[in-house]
Design a protein. Structure first.
Length: 115
């Protein structure tokens, strides 16, 4: 079982990593849906709330994975998915499973997969 310090570090890494998805979300279009570039400006000093059933930080692969009822709120934006994985090496984030992104202006994107 990870120590309290490791758990806090994992949450910090996850929070930092997952903030990227809301700072600049570029979803893959679903069927005829034209979603375009959903880049979003987030005010400095914004706090992020990350909730998930499970949060796993993999030191070997440099990945942070949130699984089960994932919800990320940041700067008035929200991402909901069943799974979100962030690779610290590649700076790549993938959300999958009933993904919904709601930008601060109310724009909604629904997809099974956002990369």
């Amino acid at each position: 079982m990870p120590s309290n310090r490791q758990a806090r570090l994992a949450r910090l890494y996850a929070a930092t990593a997952l903030a990227c998805v809301l700072a600049c979300v570029v979803p893959k279009p679903a069927f005829a849906q034209d979603v375009g570039d959903m880049a979003t400006s987030v005010p400095s000093g914004s706090q992020m709330l990350l909730a998930a059933d499970t949060l796993v930080y993999n030191n070997d692969n440099q990945t942070v994975t949130a699984v089960g009822g994932v919800q990320i709120d940041y700067g008035g934006n929200r991402l909901v998915a069943q799974r979100v994985e962030y690779n610290r090496n590649t700076k790549r984030m993938v959300a999958s499973g009933n993904v919904e992104v709601v930008n601060s202006d109310g724009t909604k994107i629904n997809s099974e997969h956002i990369d």
